[in-house]
Design a protein. Structure first.
Lengths: 333, 333
DNA sequence: CATCGTTGATACAACGTTGTAAAGCGGTCG
DNA sequence: CGACCGCTTTACAACGTTGTATCAACGATG
């Protein structure tokens, strides 16, 4: 591997002059610049980023900390963050926490204060406030969970509003026994979506029944199917279900169909996340569609600004969402 | 951020002694060791990996280069590679090439010979042999494409055999007009799966008809739907389809259903990759199931061995696969 | 008692890069 | 003609870590 020293020797100049050429320093005699550039090519020089970063104090790496890549929402988001980071010449280190508190702690602890310039974190089990302690001094942007009182940068949609819109849509279809799947004891976003659900019901003059709220400890397809099965076993089963993510919805649809029900005729289903999978499933899923590209862009941008100025006041960015109405709530499925 | 120097000052020993304690060097007086360990805790010392790696020549990073994370197969695989790498104390840097030749070139070039100890690459557009030129000296393990003549480590299933098994299954159901979706001018795996398809047909005494082989330039759901639509528009439409991945299969199923056909009664569908999505779709997908965990483990393991001994002869690891039979080819959907 | 090996600690250099300070050069101005 | 300025280049130190060499103290061995 060629180093600056090798290039300098070949071009007959000092190491620093080569460094200057590489970094675009203005005052280099054209003759020398030419010679150096030639030497750069013939040696195939590539800067040693480790050394450069040691000197500069920046590493050029950001961590993206998320629960699991098998969840399409996170996979899609990760892809977009990768793209957005690339534009800022950042490399992205993806860490999976598997949603456990330990996983999230270990990840942040082992990441260390050195190898990354900052982190974009999608917390699940871990309380947001833990991050300040675990990763002191590391610029962190939070995704998803919305806790205005915390002094951290944050990007996300208005979960209460989004859930409300989704349930209002079901109300508009004339459904009266509307269930929710995805309640969770510790997840902030779950609490918010549940609140939106309750709000929408109350506004429509419908009762909020506890037996129509199903808990899901994970947000996988299996959990959606299990929750739906429980709901359908009740004396008065729901005629509509609002699921807190698309995977739960896919599982719920499958469970309903396996019991011989028609979607949406017998039970309408709404998901959340607008994953591609939901657009092609049978029936295709009506879903809350957050602007994932906007989230990715905002997160990377926020992180960049935070790295540049650690003292700036924390910012909360609300990204837009829309409701994508498809077959799972439309008549013509 | 505390450095070795700070810890040394606090403990009243030299920097090197602290380094020795940190690295588990045996001969340190118990008294000093105690003092150092205490100082390590109170300062909250974390090693600067950049500096350590600069010195050691290893970085502790591996790159995972793949087309796109929105493709569930790659997302699932990435998750497994992350886990396997963690066991070897490697951090994983995920790079998306978007399947373009430029993307793959740029990625490898920019990764540089310095920041990573090695790379696990799932090539798509790029020819395998280009890698030797682009990333000279970087240990690389290839995934998926199987080209025995290349002197590189490689992990993958036997694509010809797998495709043959899938098509043989359709033959066994009594289907006679079996189509294939996913032919591709440049992809090695596509060629192999096509070969397996042809083999199975020939073995069954069925003709191989060109009009039943549909090309797909990408392997997304949309491409599967489009290809299926083309196939169904023919004078004699197929009664079964073998798709080269699950996404194509999902799209194909959707297109068939939209035209009023029943799956599998009118047309049976087989996918490839055994993504979770296919297990929950309606109907659930019969699919070729590669052992993804085995692939991930083998790839990381191969890379570790290659890093340790760059001179060892290249190895080709065949991982097992099975055929997961589900509703899309079974009667009871 | 000289020699040796073991245990324990340290100084120094080096990894490859870049910021700082400074110096060499030529020209212009007072 | 000396001072000063702008351009160009360089030597040096430093980022934080670890390998090598060295040194000191000590007990055991010949």
């Amino acid at each position: 591997m060629a180093t600056l020293k090798d290039v300098a020797a070949l071009a007959g100049v000092s190491v620093k002059t080569v460094s200057n050429v590489v970094n675009g320093y203005a005052f280099v005699k054209p003759e020398n610049r030419r010679r150096v550039e030639e030497a750069l090519v013939t040696t195939g020089y590539r800067p040693n980023l480790g050394a450069r970063n040691l000197r500069r104090g920046r590493t050029g790496f950001v961590a993206l900390v998320l629960p699991e890549l098998v969840v399409p929402y996170f996979a899609e988001l990760a892809g977009l963050v990768l793209g957005a980071a690339q534009e800022h010449e950042w490399n992205v280190l993806i860490e999976q926490t598997l949603g456990t508190r330990e996983g999230e702690r270990d990840t942040l602890a082992s990441l260390g204060p050195h190898m990354i310039d900052g982190a974009i974190v999608s917390p699940e089990a871990l309380q947001a406030r833990d991050f300040g302690e675990l990763a002191p001094g590391i610029p962190v942007v939070m995704l998803g969970e919305h806790s205005v009182d915390l002094p951290m940068d944050h990007v996300g949609i208005d979960n209460v509003e989004a859930a409300r819109a989704a349930v209002a849509h079901l109300v508009g279809l004339g459904r009266t026994r509307i269930a929710a799947i995805g309640a969770h004891p510790h997840r902030g976003t779950a609490a918010q979506r549940l609140e939106g659900y309750r709000l929408a019901l109350t506004e429509a003059g419908l009762p909020v029944r506890d037996e129509l709220v199903a808990t899901a400890l994970n947000y996988h397809r299996r959990d959606g199917a299990e929750a739906m099965t429980r709901l359908l076993a009740a004396a008065e089963p729901p005629d509509a279900v609002f699921c807190f993510n698309d995977l739960l919805a896919v599982g719920a649809v499958r469970a309903a169909v396996e019991r011989g029900l028609r979607v949406p005729a017998d039970v309408a289903v709404v998901g959340f996340d607008n994953t591609e999978e939901g657009a092609y499933s049978l029936p295709s899923l009506t879903t809350v569609a957050p602007d994932k590209a906007a989230i990715a862009r905002a997160a990377v941008d926020l992180l960049r600004r935070r790295v540049e100025d650690p003292e700036r006041p924390p910012e909360h960015v609300r990204t837009p969402f829309s409701l994508e109405v498809r077959e799972s709530t439309r008549g013509d499925a």
